[in-house]
Design a protein around this ligand. Sequence first.
Ligand code: MLT
Length: 267
Amino acid sequence: MKQTTLFNGRRLNYYSEGPSAEAVPLVLLHGFCEDSGLWAPLKPFLSGIRIVRVDLPGFGSSDVPLVPGMDMYADAVCAVLNELDIARCVLVGHSMGGYAALAFARQYPERLAGLGLFHSHPFADEPERRENRQRGIDLLRAGRKNQYVGQLFPGLFAPDFARAHPDVVDALIRRGRRQSTAGIVAALEGMKERPARLDTLEALTCPVLWVLGECDSIVPPDQALKAALLPAISAVQLLPRIGHMGMYEASEPSARILKEFRQFCIS
Ligand code: MLT
C-alpha cells in the first residue's frame, strides 16, 4: 500500500506490503536515478514476507530534499520506520541505496537485524569518479537530463542481457527520465561527498549480506570483496554472468537470497 509521511516538512513516499504483523520486515532501498518500483521484479517471489520500499527523497513520489547526503537518506528511512512503528528491520540497498543503508548502519545500528549490500560497497569515490559525477551535475544543470539518463542505464546490465532485453533497459531509461533533475543532482552530490564506511562495517554486530554480479562494471566483485571480511558475520553471494541489476537479470535467485538472508537474521 502506498503511504506518505512528512520528512523535514517534505513528502516522503513509501510502500508497506505483506503481513503487517511481522515484526522485522525487509526494507528495500533503490539506487541512483531509480525509485521503489525498481524492486517490482522480485515481488512475485517475495510473497508472504513483509516488505517496505522507500522512494528516497528526490525520487519517485518523494519530494526533493532540502540538503543532499547519504545521512539525509538514512534519516528518511528512519522516519519511515518510526511512522510504521518498526523497531528493527533487515535493510537492503541497491548500489546508491547500499551507500544510504551504510549511513543508516552508522547512525542507527540498533535498528538493524541485518544489512544487505546489493551490488554495493563501502568505499568512498575515487577522484575520477567524483569528476564524472561533477560532469553529470553540470550536464543536468544545463538541461540535458534526457541525454544523461539515456547514457546511464545500458552499461548497468551484463552486455548479453542488455542485448536480449532492450525493453527492460528502455523502461528504466523512461522511468529515469521521469525523476526530477533536482533529485538526481542531489543524489550525485551526496554520492560524491560520501565517506568510506569501513569502520561502520567493522563495528556492526548484525549479519551483512553482499550480493555481487560477476559482470558488474559499476561495483566489480573483487572491489567489494576487499571489505567482506570486515563485519563480524558476512554472507557473500556471487551471481554468475550478472551485471549491476540482479533484480532484473536474476529475479528469482535474487529474491531467494534476500528471503533466506532475512530468515537467517531473524532466526
Ligand atoms: C547506482 O546504481 O546507484 C549507482 O550506479 C551507484 C554509483 O554510481 O556509485
